[in-house]
Design a protein around this ligand. Structure first.
Ligand SMILES: Cc1ncc(COP(=O)(O)O)c(C=O)c1O
Length: 380
């Protein structure tokens, strides 16, 4: 009954962990801020609903929001305009729209390993083949550019990049971005750049791919920066001609994005700065706490995340990451086994610090207990 393309994809490992967890569990597993959206943003959503913004809107989004988004990118590309922006019903929908617009059946798409759980299934759903390229822990999770050169074939159509990265927290250096752009240009690939964590950075400012090449599509979301994951809103940036094609697919997926959520996001772009700063400062403090505690656990090493809100420690223990995550779940703590993000995620756990300091302390104490009990006996 079910189409072949659907049989080729599985439910994400993140969702599976969450669905198996008791309701009282400490959740260090899910990728969403534990904050409410800024009050200006909530007020704008309520006002929009009360004032009758409850109907379909334009496919590519409300003009004032598209203009405000374009404005945000003018320092990177002065000509960025409304025509470059399509407001989507989340980053996830933006990724799917990009996949269906760009990947032909039988083509190959380079995806990061370890990498976010949607990239490979989306390639498969579009009929393409995902080809994993390594991110190097030894180089703070920058992509292995030599490996990329070896993996490219005449069928390669696109490369998905993600900086700041989920699950690694890696942020690509300006030199890495330059080399990736050059790589894509030489092989005539489209760069699908997932930049949904671009405002959550602890070291420097991440280099956006926007404006670097005519071959770039940026995927963005309001989920993380405005803590509005449940309202489902994001956007795509692309050269105008490509944006028109993306918009066609976006129309066939969802007709138009949520109208009141767009009013909320516009308020967020205009006036939520201080609330966002408070949230980002709290993430930074938790990051210190998490790194410090992890480093005190035997057999655990961690590259400090430069962005996003995940630590991705390596556990050189006898048990596998899936066994460790299952043991933690049994004790009431949700984490995500690194394997959910690809083969190079093995021996790692993703610990989200979008959770309270109390929960982080309790969760990491339990991880320490596992180490002390011998479950964490080192593998070598
Ligand atoms: C790297 C990355 N891209 C995209 C998304 C999708 O976010 P949303 O669909 O909520 O906009 C997520 C969510 O976790 C993510 O981590």
């Amino acid at each position: 009954m079910v189409a072949e393309r659907v049989r080729r994809v599985e439910l994400s490992g993140i969702r599976r962990m969450f669905e198996n967890a008791p309701p009282s569990a400490i959740n260090l597993g899910l990728g969403e801020p534990d904050f409410d959206p800024p009050k200006e943003v909530v007020a704008a959503l309520c006002a929009a609903v009360e004032n009758g913004m409850n109907h379909y809107g334009p496919t590519a989004g409300l003009a004032p929001l598209r203009d405000a988004i374009a404005e945000r990118y003018r320092d990177r590309l002065a000509s960025t305009a409304r025509e470059n922006v399509i407001v989507t019903g989340s980053g996830s929908e933006g990724l799917m729209t990009a996949a269906l617009t760009l990947y032909d059946p039988g083509s190959e798409v380079l995806v990061p390993n370890p990498g976010f759980v949607l990239y490979a299934p989306h390639a498969r759903l579009a009929g393409a083949e995902p080809v994993a390229y390594p991110l190097l822990e030894s180089r703070r999770w920058q992509p292995d550019l030599d490996a990329l050169e070896r993996l490219v074939t005449p069928r390669t159509r696109a490369i998905v990049v993600n900086s700041p990265g989920n699950p690694t927290g890696g942020v690509y250096s300006a030199a890495t971005v330059d080399r990736l752009v050059d790589f894509a240009e030489r092989h005539q690939l489209t760069v699908v750049s997932d930049e949904v964590y671009d405002e959550i950075v602890y070291e420097g400012r991440p280099a956006s791919f926007w404006g670097r090449s005519e071959r770039v599509v940026v995927v963005q979301s309001f989920s993380k920066s405005l803590a509005m994951t449940g309202w489902r809103l994001g956007y795509l940036l692309a050269p105008a001609a490509l944006a028109a094609e993306l918009s066609k697919v976006h129309y066939h997926i969802m007709a138009c994005p949520s109208t009141p959520a767009q009013a909320a996001a516009l308020a967020g772009l205009r006036s939520a700065g201080p609330a966002k700063e408070r949230m980002f400062r709290e993430f930074a403090a938790r990051r210190e706490l998490v790194i410090d505690r992890l480093r005190r656990i035997p057999g655990v090493s961690v590259v400090p995340p430069a962005g996003a809100f995940y630590a991705f420690p390596r556990l050189d223990w006898a048990a596998s990451d899936t066994e460790i995550a299952a043991e933690l779940l049994g004790r009431g703590v949700i984490t995500t086994p690194g394997e959910a993000f690809g083969t190079r995620g093995r021996r790692h756990l993703r610990i989200s610090f979008a959770a309270s300091r109390t929960d982080l302390r309790r969760g990491l104490d339990l991880l320490r207990e596992l180490a002390d009990e011998g479950i964490g006996r080192t593998a070598r």
